[in-house]
Design a protein around this ligand. Structure first.
Ligand SMILES: NC(=O)c1ccc[n+]([C@@H]2O[C@H](COP(=O)([O-])OP(=O)(O)OC[C@H]3O[C@@H](n4cnc5c(N)ncnc54)[C@H](OP(=O)(O)O)[C@@H]3O)[C@@H](O)[C@H]2O)c1
Length: 258
């Protein structure tokens, strides 16, 4: 059980599996009223049936209509949202020139454009209110280039950067803004991003549970940390990457992908 969380309500995108579902379950332990967003409505309905006060909002965040409906829900003054979690995201592993460019376009629309639009909706509602929480799910992949996962790492570099900027921008407003940067986490991500080989490639101690990642992210946005990196190993790696010459970090990252 997490320490008492301060959120009076929440909206979580990508709630139908993995880290998003874990976030919803942790918030549900403290009966925080929630709106859960994803495309697979059956999964969201099953989740809602197992927890108190969960509203289901089925939306494809790469579509204009889906994105507009979620932004409008965040902007609602009748039923305000106290915590917004931009968690929905996916990656595409492989040689850049061999990948489907339409899929990369959808990846950029979800990981960057949708997150930006919903962050805007969140802060536009929260800053005048003088209260609120925005948690954007990035990745440790955002800290250096990642050959064979190039577009994904670049989208997450955007997420970490824009979120840190927003953290500083609203620091005196009463609103908390945090980038959650997990390392390898057991979810459907590997299957979706065609990186299932990672399971054999990386030792078991390198993997975190979605629940541990979710608990750390929620505790850190409550504390108003700009960056949240779950797990001692990934915190250490983040520090090492920060002082490693960029050319070396790039080469090492390329070797890890082979
Ligand atoms: N797992 C890892 O190792 C890892 C590490 C670092 C960061 N992350 C980040 O963590 C976040 C959550 O990923 P995860 O690991 O939990 O993966 P996951 O199990 O595949 O979950 C991804 C979620 O995003 C939703 N989603 C995908 N496309 C969507 C769309 N077009 N519109 C709305 N929702 C959509 C999916 O729901 P539907 O398919 O039902 O729409 C699902 O709920 C992502 O941003 C990912 O980049 C993951």
């Amino acid at each position: 059980m997490s320490p008492r969380l301060p959120f009076t309500s929440a909206l979580v995108t990508g709630a139908s599996s993995g880290i998003g579902e874990a976030l919803v379950r942790v918030l549900g332990e403290q009966a925080v009223p929630q709106v859960v967003v994803a495309r697979r409505g059956d999964r969201l309905e099953a989740l809602a049936a197992s927890l108190p006060s969960v509203e289901v909002l089925v939306a494809d965040l790469t579509s204009d209509n889906g994105l507009a409906r979620v932004a409008a829900r965040i902007a609602s003054t009748a039923e305000p949202i106290d915590l917004v979690v931009n968690n929905a995201g996916f990656g595409t592993s492989g040689n850049f020139h061999e990948l489907d460019p339409d899929r990369l376009d959808r990846e950029i629309r979800l990981n960057i454009a949708a997150l930006t639009r919903l962050s805007h909706a969140a802060l536009a509602a929260m800053v005048p209110r003088g209260r609120g929480y925005l948690l954007n799910v990035s990745s440790v992949a955002s800290f250096q280039p990642a050959p064979k996962l190039a577009v994904y790492a670049a989208t997450k570099a955007y997420v970490t950067n824009v979120t840190e900027s927003l953290h500083e921008e609203v620091r005196r407003s009463g609103v908390h803004v945090t980038a959650l940067c997990p390392g390898l986490t057991r979810t459907e991500f590997q299957q979706v991003s065609n990186s299932e080989s990672y399971a054999a490639q990386y030792p078991s101690f390198a993997w975190m549970s979605a629940e541990a990642v979710a608990r750390t992210g929620l505790a850190d946005v409550a504390r108003n940390k700009a960056l949240s990196v779950p797990g001692a190993m990934y915190k250490g790696l983040g520090l090492v990457t920060g002082v490693t010459p960029r050319g070396l970090a790039r080469r090492l990252s390329g070797l890890v992908q082979r």
